[in-house]
Ligand binder design. Structure first.
Ligand code: BGC
Length: 737
């Protein structure tokens, strides 16, 4: 197994936002931004917690919580503070790195003082074997004798976007508890163990921060500092976690470190993807895999992954369709247990989805566009600020982006198809599917036009498709196809459920109303409008799309009066044009590839690609996937790299109107993974293959020219397999691990 280290040298304060994301560590329970130890709230350090939310006031958005930061450290040498960015003029060397093969973040900074060099070295990780544990080693060496003090704290002055959330603090010697107005609390406890020639320690707690000042009599070239083991707990651990944990200060730093290394060693043995002939792609893809693994909620009963992972509060720490459509496949194919945890989150969210449908005037389950605990809708009706007037702009993401419910059903289908495990249906999944079908049934309309004299086929009006720039459109091809898919899959699971004979099945006796649903769906499906197609085979994204102004992305961009303007909505520059934000028709084609001829797919790629701004990181991977399906791996390759490198490369947009919109992009990593297995390797699920002992999959590979081979593992129906694929050959064998 190769070592993969992501590294940046030289200090530049400007990079604090980007590097905070790029060097993220985490373990699914929490993510810790790759910030410098001495950073305060201004430089956005965060210990972002999964699944715990609060609303600071009615004017502010709900968002996830950041825990008091136990990695907070300040250093003084002979009374002079050495910290970044304040002492950046004294930095003679700086390096920050992330060893993804061990899950360890490392930093080395050398400051030049009047007397000589002072070297600070740190090592930190989030416990993969103890999900509420964090660990840090902070080590200092000076090349001259000095007196030093290290202030080691738990900083309760956390960075928030829509905060502050903590209205009360309980600060003890080794802990800080932040308490929200509704009683939800987050507590960080930490204990430092100094090493080196220590003089003494004294406590210096503040209102929100627990601090210990440790002083040292440091000899030339002798290391001193501390190791720190910290624990984070929340008041809702009992609800979320399979086995809630308490701080255990008997756990030693070195023991945790050894366990950490072993965890990742075992992990990579089964999950490393080799791309022979392309180190850049190999690094980026394995970084994507690392990044998905550190946000996987393995500790939970039912929890999902926010659109920005655990890199902070951007997008309110909420769960979008990103998880079900883009990330889920990685977990299904490698860690089905976690995939099921993600699906169970949607089962738990049914309550919120039923309420939302009712509120919006529909039947069934309308899932939250931005989902918080219990499926609460966190999406505001005003998501964008007009930069000229400063006024909030009405957006229609939550009430019109109805395709969200279909993504959840699609996720369940993928899980069942590839794992063969139908248990999710009987643990609430069945109700999710049926209620989503009821939702789409209540969306169907048919209009009578005087000239035509008779009703049109069944339509879905007034929606927002994946392309968010065009709001309130009729018959979005993606939405219509996905709604139809929900109906089709509902029929499949109704049959399956009817056949279910287990005595304790929650579906027995089979209710009559479901028979009615079945008969109703059978009649309705053939009457649904799919989409319109032009003479060249291009599918119209929505009714009237082809009549919009046909200009280039550059022309539309040149019409902006301010680069920070929002392109979408009825006042946006893209709205009257055919320029779209992200893959829309193309996503539909990629999801239902077996229904379309290659020529049709190509015609649509050719038409839509130049008209796509790729303003969302969910876009490139869908184009890339479809290009692979069309046998164009070399055209797809840049899309793959763009997706896998999304958080390694310099970020495109970090701020919008002064608001931080950066953070990590897990859907893009998941999309890159999908491109690898479904696109380049051409993994296919064979519905009817029943041969005993063999997995019901096959490969139809299309590798980019410069790749020699790819090798990866897959878990299919409880067994582990290894695939090695070259341009000429596929070797696929079961492996015993
Ligand atoms: C995209 C959505 C996506 C969301 C979160 C938006 O910019 O348009 O499709 O779900 O970001 O990643």
């Amino acid at each position: 197994m190769k070592e993969i280290i992501i590294k940046e040298v030289n200090y530049d304060e400007e990079n604090y936002a980007h590097f905070g994301t790029k060097f993220l560590i985490g373990n699914g329970y929490m993510g810790v931004r790759g910030s410098m130890e001495e950073y305060g709230a201004k430089h956005m350090p965060a210990v972002n917690i999964a699944g715990v939310y609060n609303q600071a006031s009615s004017e502010k958005w709900r968002e996830s919580l950041n825990a008091p930061n136990p990695f907070f450290i300040r250093l003084k040498i002979d009374g002079e503070e050495l910290s970044l960015p304040n002492s950046s003029d004294k930095v003679v060397f700086h390096e920050q790195s992330l060893d993804i093969t061990k899950g360890i973040h490392v930093r080395k900074t050398i400051f030049k003082t009047a007397k000589g060099n002072v070297t600070v070295e740190t090592e930190r990780f989030a416990g993969m074997t103890h999900f509420n544990a964090l660990a840090l080693k902070y080590s200092v060496t000076a090349d001259y004798d000095c007196v030093s003090s290290i202030t080691s704290g738990i900083d309760g002055e956390v960075w928030d976007i829509n905060g502050p959330h903590f209205v009360n603090f309980e600060v003890e010697e080794n802990s800080v508890k932040g308490i929200c107005e509704n009683g939800v609390s987050v507590m960080t406890s930490a204990k430092g163990v100094p090493f080196g020639d220590m003089i003494g320690t004294k406590s210096a707690n503040e209102e929100k921060t627990a601090q210990n000042i440790i002083s040292f009599n440091a000899k030339k070239d002798a290391a001193f500092g501390l190791t720190k083991v910290a624990f984070v707990q929340t008041s809702i651990d009992e609800k979320i976690s399979k086995e809630p944990q308490k701080p255990n200060f008997l756990l030693k730093y070195d023991t945790l470190l050894e366990e950490q290394k072993q965890y990742w060693k075992d992990f990579w043995q089964e999950n490393f993807v080799e791309i022979e002939g392309d180190e850049k792609a190999e690094t980026a893809l394995n970084y994507s895999i690392y990044s998905l693994q550190i946000i996987a909620p393995r500790h939970a009963n039912a929890l999902s992954i926010p659109a920005r992972g655990l890199s902070g509060q951007v997008y309110k720490g909420a769960v979008f369709w990103d998880t079900d459509m883009f990330m889920l496949d990685y977990f299904i194919l490698n860690d089905p247990e976690t995939a099921k945890i993600l699906l169970k989150y949607r089962v738990d969210g049914l309550k919120g989805a039923l309420e939302k449908a009712d509120r919006e005037g529909y039947n069934g389950a309308f899932y939250a566009w931005e989902s918080h605990e219990d499926g609460i809708e966190a999406c505001s009706k005003f998501n964008v600020t007009d930069i000229f007037t400063g006024r909030a702009v009405r957006t229609y993401f939550d009430d019109k982006q109805v395709h969200i419910s279909s993504a959840i059903v699609y996720g369940i289908k993928k899980y069942i198809k590839l794992t063969g495990d139908t248990s999710i249906l009987f643990e609430g999944g069945f109700d999710v599917i049926v209620e989503c079908a009821n939702f789409y049934l209540s969306l169907l309309t048919s209009r009578v036009f005087p000239k035509m004299g008779e009703p049109r086929k069944l339509e879905i009006l007034d929606v927002v498709g994946p392309d968010e720039y065009h709001e309130r459109v009729n018959n979005n091809a993606y939405t219509n196809r996905m709604a139809k898919f929900v109906f089709e899959f509902t029929l499949e699971v109704l049959d399956l459920a009817k056949k279910e004979t287990k005595k304790d099945s929650p579906l027995l006796p089979f209710p009559e109303v479901l028979n009615d649903l079945k008969n109703g769906l059978k009649k309705i499906i053939p009457d649904m409008i799919d989409f319109a197609v032009n003479d060249e085979g291009v599918i119209e994204q929505f009714d009237g799309y082809f009549d919009l102004e046909d200009v280039s992305v550059d022309v539309v961009r040149s019409r902006l009066k301010d680069p920070r303007e929002y392109w979408g909505g009825s006042n946006g520059v893209a709205y009257p044009t055919q320029i779209i934000k992200q893959a829309d028709v193309v996503t539909m084609l990629a999801m239902f590839k077996d229904e379309f001829e290659k020529e049709i797919m190509k015609a649509n790629l050719d038409y839509y690609e130049p008209r796509t701004e790729h303003g969302s990181s969910l876009s490139a991977c869908m184009y890339g996937l479809l290009q692979c399906f069309c046998g164009m791996p070399d055209t797809a390759y840049p899309m793959f790299l763009k997706s896998a490198e999304v958080d390694l490369a310099a970020p495109k947009k970090l701020w919008a109107g002064g608001i931080y919109i950066g953070g990590s992009h897990p859907a893009s990593w998941g999309g890159a993974y999908q491109m690898l297995v479904y696109g380049f390797a051409g993994l296919k699920h064979n519905k009817d293959q029943k041969s005993k002992g063999k997995p019901n999959i096959s490969f139809d590979p299309h590798l980019p020219k410069h790749w020699k081979s790819i090798s990866f593992h897959l878990t299919i129906q409880g067994k582990k397999y290894k695939a090695k694929i070259t341009h000429k050959k596929v070797v696929f064998d079961e492996v015993k691990i």
